[in-house]
Every structure is written in structure tokens, then in C-alpha cells.
Design a protein around this ligand. Structure first.
Ligand SMILES: CSC[C@H]1O[C@H](OP(=O)(O)O)[C@H](O)[C@@H]1O
Ligand SMILES: Nc1ncnc2[nH]cnc12
Length: 307
């Protein structure tokens, strides 16, 4: 692993994960500091981890979920390597962004949503836990997004004079993809109370919880999926076109949230003190049943938790 001592001494606590339309943070005011190539027991992350400084000097890490050139489809995103690599450089808070389809008339394309629930419609083909192959653990996931972090995002968005409308709360449906939904599926998700749909929030949010990282996702609406019969069904051209304006609004909101998180009053939140130890106590495997390789792997993620 390439880990400059400066990062070991001065860990980066906050990461931004960018998705469709946010493949880099070439944003005026963000100063590039380093590009880290990290290998983990779960393989390589989607992209190098870029360390940048915000205009107010806060170091942040940036990861491009689908790779630098959007070459990884949602099923191929190496979720465990991404989360483990971020945690290894000190990250304890992740602000994730995602392009989503809207399942509600009131959530218009280019609106933003800060969901508080998830319905899992992935197909069980994405590795979704660090607790396997010789160690069993079950972490709580009743509230999949970090409440404290979400509160900060909602407050900052409410104070912004310009930018996208942010709907606070809602349910994101996470489908497998990469093919978009059928009309029958889209109608079913609406009947379940879904607000928006994407292909990315899982297993990312689950893995962040296992890694004791505070995680929230800003969902940026790009289309009405295919339930709305007076609109053409979603296609990539529509998503990309709407992400042009969403990207600007996202960077605007992101800068403001990062500035707010840098305030001393949020130090415990940013360090995810409230999650510390939660995965240690999630383990069910008795010492005699723990496999050596499993302990080595999990100790890479959570050093010293398991002996
Ligand atoms: C290009 S449309 C489908 C694609 O867009 C979203 O990506 P991300 O969440 O990384 O912004 C969605 O989840 C799908 O992966
Ligand atoms: N309609 C949709 N379904 C799934 N993921 C999406 N990302 C953007 N729009 C989407």
C-alpha cells in the first residue's frame, strides 16, 4: 500500500464518492494534494483516491465510484475495496452522490433528495459484507444513513440561496441493473413507497456501516424512470444531460457541507465516534471458530478488533 506518512500522521476524515457525472472534482478552489494507489485485501478500489484541499483548507479524499472513465458498471464496482481503502487513510465520514430516477411526480428531474431509507432490489451477486469466510458479524442497519450527517446536509441546503431543491427524507430503491426497470417494476416500486431509484447505494452503505463510517447519499434526480406515461422512458442521454446541471449544484452543495463539517462542533460526528466499536460487538463467531485469514483481513479494516 502506498500511504505517505503525512496521511498517517494527519488522517483524512471526510471522503466524497462521486458517481455518474461526478467522476472528478476539478472544481475551482479545490487544490489537488496527492493521488493514492491503495491495494486492499479485497482488491483495488474503483479509482485512485485523490486527496484535495477545500478552499478553506480541509483535506478530503475523492473516489470515482465507476472508475475514472466510468468503466465499471454498478455490479462491478468493488465496494469492499473502496470502503476499506478509504477507511485505511483515516476516513470516517462519506458524503456520497448518485444520479437517480424519480418515482414521484413531486421530485422533478434536477431536484435533489436526501433519503433516509433503502429497499434492496440487488440480486445477491455483489459482495456485500466484510464478515465472511471465517468470521460472522451482523451490524444494525435499521436506519441506513447517518442521522447526524444528514442533519448537517439538510441544514446547509436549507441555508443556500441558490442551487437544487433538496427533499429531505425518502426511500431509495437500489436495483441491480445495468438495464433500467420495466414499467411494471417501476409501478411496483411506487406502490412500495419508493421515492427514487438507483443502482449504487448498496452495498456501499452497508459496507460503510460495517466499517464504522458515517455515510449519507445526496441523490440527484435525472429522470422519471419509466412509470410516467406522459414522459419518454429513461435513457442515458437524459441522465447525462440533467447531470450537467446537477453536477454544478452538487459541487456547490458539497463545498458548503464540507465547510460546515470542518467546524469544531462537528468533530465527533466527522470522526464517527458514535459508531466506534459497533462492528466489534457485531461478531458472533467464537474464538475457536475464527479463521486466521479472516482475522487478518478484518484487522486490516478494523485494526486490533479481533485476536
Ligand atoms: C447512467 S444511469 C444509471 C447509473 O447512474 C447512477 O450511477 P451513480 O449512482 O453512480 O451516480 C445509477 O446508480 C446507475 O449506476
Ligand atoms: N431511472 C433510473 N433507474 C436506475 N438508476 C438510475 N440512475 C438514474 N436514473 C435511474
Amino acid at each position: 500500500m502506498f500511504l505517505p506518512t503525512t496521511y498517517a500522521a494527519d488522517p483524512v476524515r471526510i471522503a466524497v464518492i462521486g458517481g455518474t457525472g461526478i467522476e472528478s472534482l476539478t472544481h475551482e478552489g479545490f487544490t489537488p494534494v496527492a493521488a493514492l494507489t491503495i491495494s486492499t485485501p479485497w482488491g483495488a478500489p474503483s479509482s485512485p483516491i485523490n486527496i484535495l484541499k477545500t478552499p478553506s483548507g480541509v483535506p478530503i479524499a475523492f473516489l470515482s465510484r465507476h472508475g475514472v472513465h466510468h468503466e465499471l458498471n454498478p455490479t462491478e464496482v468493488p465496494g469492499r475495496a473502496n470502503i476499506a481503502a478509504l477507511r485505511s487513510i483515516g476516513v470516517r465520514t462519506i458524503l456520497a452522490f448518485s444520479a437517480v430516477g424519480s418515482l414521484q411526480a413531486g421530485i422533478r428531474p434536477r431536484d435533489f433528495v436526501l433519503p433516509d431509507q433503502i429497499i434492496d432490489r440487488t440480486k445477491g451477486i455483489r459482495p456485500s459484507t466484510f464478515f465472511e469466510d471465517g468470521i460472522v458479524g451482523h451490524v444494525g442497519f435499521a436506519d441506513p444513513f447517518d442521522a447526524g450527517l444528514s442533519k448537517v446536509i439538510a441544514k446547509v441546503a436549507a441555508e443556500q440561496a441558490q442551487g437544487a431543491k433538496l427533499h429531505v427524507g425518502g426511500t431509495v430503491i437500489c436495483m441491480e441493473g445495468p438495464t433500467f426497470s420495466t414499467r411494471a417494476e417501476s409501478a411496483m416500486y411506487r406502490s412500495w413507497g419508493g421515492s427514487v431509484i438507483n443502482m449504487s447505494v448498496l452495498p456501499e452503505a452497508k459496507l460503510a456501516r460495517e466499517a464504522e463510517i458515517a455515510y449519507a447519499m445526496v441523490c440527484m434526480s435525472t429522470d422519471y424512470d419509466c412509470w410516467k406515461t406522459d414522459e419518454p422512458p429513461v435513457d442515458v442521454a437524459t441522465v447525462v444531460a440533467n447531470m450537467r446541471s446537477n453536477g454544478e449544484n452538487a459541487k456547490h452543495l458539497m463545498s458548503a457541507v464540507l465547510n460546515e463539517l470542518a467546524r469544531e462542533e462537528h468533530e465527533d460526528l466527522v470522526e464517527a465516534k458514535h459508531l466506534e466499536g459497533s462492528s466489534k460487538w457485531a461478531n458472533c463467531t467464537k474464538p475457536a471458530g475464527l479463521k486466521k485469514e479472516a482475522i487478518e483481513r478484518i484487522n486490516w479494516l478494523l485494526p486490533g478488533y479481533f485476536a
